[in-house]
Structures are given as C-alpha cells and as structure tokens.
Design a protein around this ligand. Structure first.
Ligand code: NAD
Ligand code: IPM
Ligand code: MN
Length: 365
C-alpha cells in the first residue's frame, strides 16, 4: 500500500483547535477506505515559534516539508503579538510561492441545515445546493507582489509603491485551470472578475487573456464583470455563479464573501494547488486564526475537515472526498439533530462536531 506523507502545520489561534478535528476525520476516512496516510507534525509558522526563534520558519523549511505529498495547514496570524504582514509573508505566502501553488480553489456551497443570510426578493429562502460555486483565485502573483518600496521615510515626501504583477504564463495557467473546471461542470459557466475601468493596465490585460482563452473553450459560457458590481451580484443572486476566476486580491475578497452568502466562513475549505504536482499542494480552511474566539473550543471545524476532503481528492481518493462531504451534510442536516457550533446558531464545541463527522463517516453516510 502506498503511504502518503502529510506535513501537518496547525499554526495559530483556532488553527490549533480545528486541526485535531481535521486529522480525526482524515484518520476515519483512511480506515474506511484503506488509504495510507502518515502525518508529520511541525511547530513552525506560528507566533510561539517566532517568539522562540525570531522568525516564522526554520532556515531549512523547504527541505523539511517540500518532499511531502501534501501540506495540511490550519491558520496563521496573531496580530496582538506580531504584525500580520510579517507573520503571513514569513510563512503561508512563502509556501504558496515556493511550491508554485498557483491555483487557490475555494468551493462555496449552501449546505443542508445552514441558512443563507440572503433571502430572495420574493421572500423564500434558498434550498441546499442552490448556491454552488467554485472560486478559482490566482495565488502566486497579481496584487500580492513584493515589488515596490518606501522612500523618503519620515518626511513630507514619504512615498510607498507596490506593483501589481501579471505575467502571461501566470495569468494563462490559472485561466486554463478555471476553463477546464468550468467545462467539467454541468452548467459550464465561467465568470471573471476584474476592474478594467479603473486599473487600466493590468486588469484589461487579464480580460484580454480571458478572451483569448475563451476561444479555445467555445462550450464554456463566459461572463466578465467589474469586481465592484460583482460583489452586488453575489449578494443579490449568488445562485447564478458556477466557476468564478479572479486575481489574487479579488479572489481573496470573493472567497470570504461567497461562504458568508452560504451562512458562515467557518465551513469554507480551500486547496492551494500545484496542479503539475512538482511540489506539495496545501490544504487549509479559508478562515484565519480568529483571535476573538480562540482558546474557547467553539470554532467550527468543518472548514478544516472539508479541506482534508479536498486533499484526499487531490491525492486520488474521490470516493473518500465524497464520503466526507456527505458526512458533513449528515451532521449539518437539522433532521439529524447533530451538534452545531455557535457560528451556526448552536452550542456545540469544536470536538463534538469533529467526532460527529467522523462517526457519520464510519457509519457509511
Ligand atoms: P478570521 O477568519 O480569523 O476571523 C473572521 C471572523 O470569523 C471572526 O469573527 C472569527 O471569530 C470568525 N470565524 C473565523 N473562522 C471561524 C470558525 N472556524 N468558526 C467560527 N467562527 C469563525 O479573519 P481575521 O479576523 O481577519 O484574521 C485573524 C487573523 O488570521 C489575522 O492574523 C489574519 O491575518 C489571519 N488570517 C489567516 C488566514 C490563513 O492562515 N489562511 C486567513 C485569514 C486570516
Ligand atoms: C487567505 C488569507 C491570506 C490571503 C492572508 C492571511 C495573507 O486571507 O488565505 O484568504 O490574503 O491570502
Ligand atoms: Mn482571505
């Protein structure tokens, strides 16, 4: 049996609370489907490590996790102790770049028993599955660039610049991934988000590459929007979207907005993919370390658990992925009276939800 080596990095805050539940469910899936998983735990990429070492990662971090089959990540950031740009550029954003994880795939789906805060114009609520989109976020360039700087510091002429970088290679590869994904879905619909009226060099370039790529995918229906009005459409008719592709920053914003439209960001998963598998891909919830609720054992672990399902899918275990998602649906379905964390209106604790999903998975949901 092939054994997949998984690097486990819980990180900060609720990352350390949801990670054990993600692992619990992966373990249950491994047993049920006979998948070989070996977990290596790492204590870097968090504030306690920084406090001891003065940096977020050991110097040899690439050697230590670069040979793994995947990275299972919690969340990083503890702004009370360390500025976010230091902790994030010192860890997660390094992983995404060094391992060329240029696709950040973020599904958002209305699950059974989770109410969308959005009500249709006619007053009726939306049914499970009615909102079902896949956000494809460019994950290695764009607005998240390290080209720029600060000049004349402390003077009246103080100036800061940070350039947006789009390469043909970088834009085309993420668009190709998004078009292929759209082609594989029943609706075959792709939406691209830019801001080409105001940001008049990079954004029109992205649009141009979308049009060029679309020519190779005549079966995919393409819509292009400016990001500002697209956020309004997400709120007014979220069911209209299928695959949504966007630059690094716009994809980041849309991928908090979309799960909020489906009830809570606590359940949203993500896959930072190197589709060519030259490097390990990284799987993590969309949410952060949530300092406001950290340490209380009430974080929703479903985002972490679902991210584990995406990891198994990427490793080739589609059935195990589907079974985990079904187990999540069973636990969320009010008909089953399962535990719910406070973000879903319940009183359950993180571990109650993790155990319930693992049980539902074992009992063949
Ligand atoms: P956040 O996602 O941590 O929290 C936003 C809000 O959502 C908070 O009210 C929080 O309590 C709630 N929330 C988030 N996850 C939840 C869960 N699983 N269950 C229940 N409620 C949940 O975003 P933030 O407050 O902007 O950021 C906090 C820290 O996390 C910062 O340091 C930020 O940089 C970092 N961050 C890290 C990642 C990551 O590691 N990928 C992602 C986003 C933010
Ligand atoms: C995310 C996060 C990160 C991002 C932050 C923490 C740097 O918001 O994964 O969505 O912007 O990519
Ligand atoms: Mn984000």
């Amino acid at each position: 049996q092939r054994v997949h080596r998984i690097a486990v990095i819980p990180g900060d805050g609720i990352g350390t609370e949801v990670m054990p539940e993600g692992l619990r469910v992966l373990q249950a899936a491994a047993e049920r489907f006979g998948i070989g998983l070996a977990f290596d735990h790492f204590d870097f990429a968090c504030w306690p490590y920084y406090e001891r070492h003065g940096q977020m990662l050991p110097d040899d971090w690439r050697e230590r996790i670069g040979g793994h089959d995947a990275i299972f990540f919690g969340a990083v950031g503890w702004p009370a102790k360390i500025p976010d740009h230091v902790s994030l550029w010192g860890s997660l954003l390094q992983f995404r770049r060094a391992f060329d994880q240029y696709v950040n795939l973020r599904p958002a789906r209305l699950m059974p028993g989770v109410r969308s805060p959005l009500v249709r114009r006619d007053g009726t609520p939306r049914a499970p599955g009615e909102i079902d989109m896949l956000i494809v976020r460019e994950n290695t360039e764009g607005e998240y660039s390290s080209i720029g700087g600060r000049m004349f510091e402390g003077t009246e002429r103080e100036l800061v610049v940070q350039e947006t970088v789009m390469t043909r290679h970088g834009v085309d590869r993420v668009l190709r991934y998004a078009f292929e994904l759209a082609r594989s879905r029943p609706r075959k619909h792709l939406t691209s988000a830019t801001k080409s009226n105001g940001i008049a060099i990079t954004m029109p370039y992205w649009d141009e590459r979308v049009r060029a790529m679309a020519a190779a995918y005549p079966d995919v229906q393409v819509d292009q929007y400016h990001i500002d009005i697209l956020t309004a459409h997400f709120v007014q008719r979220p069911e209209a979207f299928d695959v949504v592709v966007a630059s690094n920053l716009f994809g980041d914003i849309l991928s908090d907005l979309a799960p909020a439209c489906t009830g809570t960001i606590g359940i949203a998963p993500s896959a930072n993919l190197n589709p060519e598998r030259r490097y390990p891909s990284l799987f993590e919830p969309v949410h952060g370390s949530a300092p406001d609720i950290a340490g209380r054992g009430i974080a929703n672990p479903i985002g972490q658990i679902w991210s584990g399902a995406l990891m198994l899918d990427f490793l080739g275990y589609r059935q195990a992925h589907d079974a985990i998602v079904r187990a999540i649906e069973v636990v969320l379905d009010p008909a089953n009276g399962g535990p719910r964390t406070p973000d879903l209106g319940g009183h359950a604790r993180t571990a109650d939800v993790g155990r319930a999903v693992a049980d539902a998975l074992r009992h063949g949901a």
